[in-house]
Design a protein around this ligand. Structure first.
Ligand code: ASP
Ligand code: MG
Length: 415
């Protein structure tokens, strides 16, 4: 049994979905298909839930835009009315939800609304495939993927999920399941999400629990490249990567795979293929156990929207473990990821993801104890397997505000 994951771009239009069908025909056999919301739908649903939460006039208009986008795809695919019952029902449930008073918990409301992207996309794709000679069963992954109640960043309950997933994905009388990435549910059946771009992680969870033979992520790139083609012109495809190398790249901000994807696969030694959906006969990149240390070309990773915050205890005391743990738990409780730190006797510098709402209100809290300085709009650049030439290429004349080097990796905070 294999797991195939198709992201938003691979189901963003009728021709894209037809291409998905042809990939399935090329690779017959037992499969679980994990699909994301179509195209930009998750962003649209984020607008929708924010607008609903603020009781904004625009809510109905945003919902209509989302409906129109999906209707257009449905009509271009030629899915017949009698096969669309479930899609209509999902939209009806969403519409009902938006008529209710939101609770005071935004993250909870977010998950209850944003989940419809995946639910609707899988319902459409499943109906289209069934209508066109690719029989499959649609499964609501929320019936088997159990999580805790951390809305928007739910933590998987592996024990419960293992039992439920194996009870649902039995392959009795079906070879193909179509299900959602990104979403799950609590023991009281409230919908949760696993964090943005979490569908890769779902594919890895299901593969782990079902002991799949492999996972393939079909993407709009030839495989894992040594740099993002939107930032660098001359990129090279990497033929193979070890799990360890892949996790380093993903963690540093390489967008090609979600960082949480690797661990469930590595633990069961399941290979991960990253392959181009436009050229499905190409091998792409394989990520697997590799027993020796890889020597690769320099790999460039840019993590944008970074801020560099420098804290100095205002009583001139040293930055010790207690200060570090206090600062880290502060950022953690505010859900801000710390990506790099550097410390001297009385200065602690942290490179963090810039929060959407800005830093000011957060820093107010820190100013009670520290002298705080910061820079925003920065880039955290990582080079694995760096050499002298690659350092010059990466900095590209920009000011380097902080730098850290180990034998294989260099990280720079760039202005
Ligand atoms: N649709 C979700 C998102 O855009 C999950 C995913 O695409 O992986 O974040
Ligand atoms: Mg997406």
């Amino acid at each position: 049994m294999k797991v195939f994951k198709f992201g938003g771009a691979s189901v963003s239009s009728a021709p894209a979905i037809k291409n998905v069908a042809s990939i399935l025909e090329m690779y017959p056999g037992k499969k679980v298909m994990v699909i994301s919301a179509m195209g930009n739908t998750t962003n649209e649903l984020e607008f929708l839930v924010r607008s609903y939460y603020k009781k904004d006039q625009k809510t109905a208009g945003i919902l209509q835009r989302i409906k129109d986008y999906h209707s257009q795809i449905i009509s271009e695919l030629g899915v017949e009315q009698q096969n669309l019952g479930q899609v209509h029902q999902l939209f009806a449930v969403l519409e009902e939800r938006l008529k209710r008073m939101p609770s005071l918990k935004f993250d909870y409301e977010y998950d209850q609304v944003v989940c419809f992207g995946e639910l609707i996309s899988t319902a459409i794709v499943s109906a289209y495939l069934n209508q066109n000679g690719i029989p499959n069963q649609w499964l609501d992954v929320r019936d088997s993927l159990r999580t805790d109640e951390t809305y928007r960043e739910a933590v998987v309950d592996w024990k419960w999920s293992e039992m439920l997933v194996n009870n649902s994905f039995t392959f009795k009388g079906v070879d193909l399941y179509v299900t959602q990435g990104f979403i799950g549910s609590t023991t009281t059946n409230q919908t949760t999400t696993l964090g943005r771009e979490g569908s890769d992680f779902t594919a890895a969870i299901l593969a782990n629990l079902l002991n799949a033979e492999s996972v393939t992520i079909w993407k709009n790139v030839p495989g894992v490249l040594n740099a993002d083609p939107t930032d660098f012109s001359d990129t090279e495809k990497l033929e193979e990567l070890s799990y360890k190398e892949a996790i380093e790249l993903a963690y540093s901000g390489a967008k090609v795979i979600h960082p949480k994807t690797i661990k469930p696969l590595r633990n069961k030694n399941i290979p991960l293929f990253v392959r181009p959906f436009d050229f499905p006969e190409q091998a792409g990149t394989v990520i697997k156990e590799i027993g020796y240390q890889l020597e690769l070309v320099p790999v460039y990773i840019l993590k944008k929207k970074q801020a560099l915050v420098t804290l100095s205890p205002d009583d001139f005391s040293f930055v010790g473990i207690d200060v570090l743990s206090e600062v880290f738990s502060f950022f953690k409780s505010n859900r801000i990821k710390v990506n790099l730190i550097q410390q001297s006797a009385i200065d602690l510098s942290l490179c963090v993801d810039e929060p959407e709402v800005g830093l000011e209100s957060l820093l107010m809290e820190l100013r009670k104890k520290f002298d705080v300085r910061y820079n925003t709009g920065l880039v955290l650049a990582t080079i694995r397997f760096y050499n002298d030439e690659s350092l010059v290429k990466m900095a590209n004349g920009r000011e380097v505000l902080m730098e850290q080097k180990s034998r294989r990796t260099v990280r720079m905070v760039l202005k």
